[in-house]
Design a protein around this ligand. Structure first.
Ligand SMILES: Cc1cc2nc3c(=O)[nH]c(=O)nc-3n(C[C@H](O)[C@H](O)[C@H](O)COP(=O)(O)OP(=O)(O)OC[C@H]3O[C@@H](n4cnc5c(N)ncnc54)[C@H](O)[C@@H]3O)c2cc1C
Length: 400
């Protein structure tokens, strides 16, 4: 595997860098680098998406016929690495990376014509209604019911952990349309509007004090059958196709940015002996372990890229990347907490709002250490918990 960028890829990287330096305003960069949770807030991610859309770069992975950038896997990797390096706000994946590709694959011509341009332009903001109280890892056991009534389904039940449901105007959601037989065979995939009567969004405030996830209640909610994606009772096939997109990705570029930030923090903070922490042998050993782990994630991502460009499937490597990427991120967060020390405990959300002028208590770099640490605990749970990924690897790699 040749890891050097080709002259064509280098020219592409320079083009992306030039675009980012011209178009990422200081406020957008600040919003990106102060993000402490799964997604950047809608206000900033949509502002950035519109700029990318105007350039034709909002959906690098989409086919050109639907408005994609027409890049190969390497170009897409370079683009996401450069965005991370420049501190660009992350775009919400729910429309662009998750339901968009499913609509391309399973949608009717009318659904494609209606939804895809709106996703691309950021006119619609989607949330994902998969998990329910009692149905997370064992998703096929979901119980939210959709009873057929003429041209509509009538929905009753609830979804939980629904990220950004309070911002979203649309939800893609799994419902039960058949109650006997194998659980997977009675699930239907629906696209619905969040302002439909009978929907209530209740906030769940996380340990970090942030409102990002919700429980969504459905009380006799009528959804037209034209909002169904794929056939009735065939939703499990669509759901699994979507999860392939949820679990893919490139985490090494973001991890490298976090490592650089950590090094800068350790260089400016003193340990117990009054010397910069970066000179402390114990701290250096922990930092080195994190750096090696990031290198390993990066190499594995390149290996997957190489397999993809040869037309192969990444197979169990995507589970390995999920586990290694999230656990490495958590170890970096732990180091950041150690550096920030008692300042990590100060709760000061007003100082870390983009454009805020509230002076932080303690060094500016300690502002985000604790919320990142707390929020990233969830990374080994969402998108398929790490235990589930380990089970998958045990089956696929070890044949257990
Ligand atoms: C911050 C955050 C955002 C989220 N956003 C969304 C969203 O937008 N939309 C959405 O639909 N869902 C979302 N989720 C839900 C997420 O997908 C679930 O939390 C996840 O699937 C785990 O399900 P659970 O919480 O019900 O835990 P459970 O499935 O009850 O698992 C509990 C524990 O048991 C372990 N476990 C379960 N089964 C097995 C097994 N077979 N073998 C070994 N260990 C097992 C799990 O690993 C976990 O440690 C989000 C979750 C979080 C934390």
């Amino acid at each position: 595997m040749n890891l050097d960028l080709s002259p064509r890829d280098l020219a592409f990287r320079d083009e992306v860098r030039a675009f980012l330096s011209e178009n990422l305003s200081p406020l957008l960069r600040q919003a990106g680098s102060l993000t402490t949770s799964v997604f950047t807030d809608k206000e900033w991610s949509i502002a950035w998406q519109r700029i990318l859309h105007a350039k034709g770069w909002a959906a690098p992975a989409w086919p050109v016929e639907y408005g994609g950038a027409g890049w190969d896997d390497m170009q897409r990797y370079i683009f996401s690495a450069e965005c991370a390096r420049a501190g660009a706000p992350g775009l919400s994946p729910m429309g662009l990376k998750m339901v968009g590709p499913c609509i391309m694959r399973y949608g009717t011509p009318e659904q494609k014509a209606f939804f895809l341009p709106r996703i691309l332009a950021g006119e619609d903001y989607w949330c994902q209604g998969y998990s329910e109280p009692g149905s997370g890892s064992d998703l096929a056991s979901l119980q939210m019911r959709a009873d057929s009534d003429g041209d509509d389904y009538v929905l009753n039940g609830s979804k939980i952990w629904t990220t950004h449901a309070h911002f979203a105007n649309r939800m893609f959601c799994l419902v039960r349309t058949k109650f006997d037989g194998k659980p997977q065979q009675g699930i239907t995939f629906l696209l619905l509007e969040m302002d439909t009567p009978g929907i209530t969004v209740a906030p769940i405030i996380t340990l970090a004090g942030e409102h990002e996830v919700n429980q969504v209640f459905f009380d006799n909610v009528r959804v037209p059958k034209s909002g169904r994606l794929g056939e009735e009772n065939q939703g499990w096939t669509v759901a699994k196709y979507l999860l392939e997109f949820e679990r893919g990705g490139s985490s090494a570029p973001g991890l490298k940015v976090s490592l650089a930030r950590l090094r800068a923090m350790a260089a400016s903070e003193a340990g117990d002996d009054g010397e910069p922490l970066l000179r402390d042998p114990h701290f250096r050993a922990r930092l080195a372990a994190a750096e090696i782990a990031v290198e390993a994630v990066e190499m594995t991502e390149h290996r997957v890229l190489s397999a993809l460009s040869a037309g192969d499937n990444p197979g169990p490597a995507s589970s390995m990347l999920k586990v290694q990427g999230t656990e490495t991120m958590q170890s970096i967060d732990e180091l950041a907490i150690d550096i920030a020390n008692h300042y990590a405990a100060v709760y000061q959300p007003e100082s870390r709002a983009p454009g805020a002028n509230a002076e932080p208590v303690g060094p500016a770099h300690s502002l985000v250490a604790m919320p990142r640490y707390l929020n990233n605990r969830a990374a080994s749970i969402y998108g398929g918990s790490n235990q589930i990924q380990r089970d998958l690897m045990a089956r696929l790699v070890l044949g257990l």
